[in-house]
Ligand binder design. Structure first.
Ligand SMILES: Nc1ncnc2c1ncn2[C@@H]1O[C@H](COP(=O)(O)OP(=O)(O)OP(=O)(O)O)[C@@H](O)[C@H]1O
Ligand SMILES: [Mg+2]
Length: 421
């Protein structure tokens, strides 16, 4: 990253848009300069459903982050999620000229040949080709094949594709809000950078980001990504259930969930109750906390069940030896860890806290910031720079000329002909 530069990220979530501006410190950590949080409108399960609302939400979030950082955002790394995402592990192969060292061209060709093995309909685009490992002459587990000698090089690659229309709609909303999309990154891939420890990904770990609209999954085995997925059930479904079953407005249900909700029924007492106001009445009704916990427990259990099914279908459930890391706003209810561990065969479960932050860590401490921080870390790793492009030289020259005129209190002659002069 250029000296004095900084990175920016935009997590286009279902419940909130989160813009982060950060500077990469000499230690390699990020100093958080600005955070802009704004309720998300016009998005559902990671997909834009109302362009005008989405643009306005992004604009507000970006403005807040710029104000806090006192810096303009020209470009940003932007998150992508949704059930339109597909991921596959594929292998590509090249023959290396005999006796020769493996070159970077060989590596590129092997990766390209892996991508060519993915049948891609015209309405889909590849967004990531993440190398898992290489094999030379059939010997797997090679991380850096450059300079090694072999007759055959195989690249094992995790290829992620997305619906082209969904990608374009997010890009259009962000760019209309005045920010160039530098890269679109799969959200769980970004989030993993913010919350996973290296040892965990070596041993095998599942990252579960329980957001508002989707629960995003990423599995890491042997230090490399092995599976990604998105389940269309998350925290907002819990709130909707509470609203429908208690017949209260969605906003009140959200408040009741956060203030009084628990993931497990056995964490409540028989006589604990909450007062709520039913839709259409002005009367306060007593609702046992046990009932609220019951509603939450059923939905959360479904989220963990669907996760198990997703992992089993991908053949990944048994590879996760170091456990599950939870993040996202939907992971915050008391008892969630215990429930996850119970349902997932006593697997160790922990809450992923955000890592890699120097100054300003308190600004992004909640798990709702994990994706935004991960996107900023991704941008920093790739040497991105969020500064707006400098104005063209001739505009600078015009500005200099203007200030020269002003400094001499001379009006350019043209002003004599302007209306009203
Ligand atoms: N303290 C809390 N307790 C329980 N649930 C919470 C809490 N804080 C936030 N949530 C829930 O977390 C969800 C939002 O989480 P998050 O901000 O990670 O989602 P998002 O990134 O906007 O959505 P998505 O990732 O699905 O696009 C909402 O359903 C909200 O009700
Ligand atoms: Mg999210």
């Amino acid at each position: 990253m250029a000296d004095g530069g900084y990175v920016a990220s935009i997590d286009v979530g279902t419940t909130k848009i989160c813009t982060i501006v950060a500077r990469v410190a000499a230690s390699g950590q990020l100093d958080i300069l600005g955070v802009g949080l704004h309720p998300s409108r016009g998005l559902r399960e990671g997909v834009v459903v109302d362009h005008v609302d989405a643009v306005e939400s992004v604009r507000q979030s970006v403005r807040k982050a710029e104000e806090m950082a006192q810096l303009p955002i020209g470009g940003a790394y932007v998150g992508v999620t949704g059930t339109h995402i597909r991921s596959r592990n594929v292998t590509g192969r090249v023959r290396v000229a005999s006796g020769d060292e493996i070159t970077s061209e060989d590596v590129d060709q092997a990766i390209q040949s892996a991508c060519d093995n993915v049948a891609l309909p015209h309405d889909r685009e590849i967004i990531h080709t993440l190398v898992r490992d290489f094999a030379i002459d059939g010997q797997g587990g090679v991380k850096r094949p450059l300079g090694m000698h072999a007759a055959r090089l195989d690249a094992n690659v995790h290829v992620v594709s997305a619906a082209a229309g969904a990608l374009r709609n997010v890009t259009a909303a962000v760019e209309e809000a005045g920010v160039t999309v530098q890269k679109q990154v799969l959200e769980p891939v970004a989030t993993s950078l913010a919350v996973l420890a290296e040892d965990e990904s070596d041993l095998g770990v599942v990252l579960m980001d329980i957001g508002g609209g989707t629960t995003d999954l990423a599995v890491f085995v042997n230090g490399a990504i092995a599976h990604t997925g998105a389940i269309p059930v998350a925290g907002n479904h819990i709130t909707s259930d509470i609203a429908k079953l208690l017949r209260i407005p969605y906003g009140q249900a959200e408040q009741v969930k956060k203030q009084f909700g628990t993931a497990l029924v056995n964490m409540t007492n028989d006589d604990d109750a909450v007062l709520v106001e039913e839709i259409g009445t002005q009367e306060q009704v007593r609702v046992p906390r046990r009932l609220i916990a019951d509603i939450i427990q059923a939905r959360l259990a479904e989220i963990f069940q669907l996760t198990i099914e997703n992992l089993q279908q991908a053949g990944m459930y048994d590879t996760v030896t170091s456990g599950v890391v939870l993040t996202g706003g939907g992971s915050q209810l008391p008892g969630t860890l215990e429930m996850a561990s119970n349902i997932m065969d006593n697997t160790p479960v922990r809450i992923g806290s955000v890592r890699g932050i120097g100054r300003g860590a308190n600004r992004v401490a909640s798990p709702i910031y994990a994706t935004g921080v991960g996107l900023a870390l991704y941008a920093a790793e790739e040497g991105a720079d969020a500064r707006p492009p400098s104005p063209p030289v001739y505009l600078e020259w015009v500005e200099k000329a203007r200030s020269w005129w002003r400094s001499r209190r001379i009006q350019p002659r043209i002003s004599a002909y302007l209306p009203g002069k």
